[in-house]
Design a protein. Structure first.
Length: 199
């Protein structure tokens, strides 16, 4: 079961580790060190719920229609490869990520902002419920849950590391070159995983 879990971990990291509103907010809160634990917990738990819902829903659908596995494999491969290519192209024009020094002042504001960035973002549904749920189905009835567990661990690791490690990362990610390297790594992982689905 190591292979599906490891694939889920790498795929989860590849989809989560990208410059976006949610990650920028977590990074900002981490830099100013305000309600980091609450923000990280909400992000990780939300991802876990969405990932496991995707795994459960797609798994039930696969049982009724086995041919969907083939469709999921091809759709997942195409999505991952194009995601990787898009990320590689974005690396040609890197931008520094700057954080607002003020952050979010109150606990209530931090909770509501985190929930908004998480649950009102259409990409989170595509990446977790649809994409990870579909990809999990290619690992069989039991393997899909290990894949989901790996993807969930990726979310926990990423948000914990980003939120609590942000204060040390500020000088690094103030430089566009750092984001360029990160984008290229993400592109390589996504393209590799996408091609592996076809082999």
């Amino acid at each position: 079961m190591l292979s599906p879990a490891l694939t889920g971990l790498l795929t989860g990291l590849g989809l989560i580790v990208a410059i976006g509103a949610q990650n920028a907010f977590v990074l900002r809160q981490g830099i100013v060190r305000r309600y980091v634990g609450v923000v990280v917990t909400i992000c990780a738990l939300s991802d876990a719920v969405l990932i496991l819902a995707g795994v459960a829903g797609v798994g039930a659908l696969i049982t009724a229609h086995p041919t969907i596995v083939t469709v999921a494999r091809w759709a997942g491969a195409i999505y991952l490869v194009q995601f990787g290519i898009r990320t590689a192209l974005a690396a040609r024009h890197p931008q520094a990520l700057t954080a607002d020094e003020r952050g979010v002042g109150s606990l209530r504001a931090a909770v509501l902002t985190t929930l908004a960035f998480t649950w009102l973002n259409p990409h989170v549904y595509l990446d977790t419920v649809v994409m990870l749920g579909s990809l999990s189905a290619t690992h069989g009835a039991q393997g899909r849950w290990w894949f989901g567990l790996g993807a969930t661990c990726a979310s926990i690791l990423w948000f914990t590391g980003l939120g609590h490690g942000a204060r040390w990362l500020r000088p690094v990610f103030a430089r566009p070159r750092s984001w360029q390297v990160l984008d290229l790594v993400i592109a390589a992982v996504m393209i590799t995983l996408g091609l592996s689905l076809l082999l």
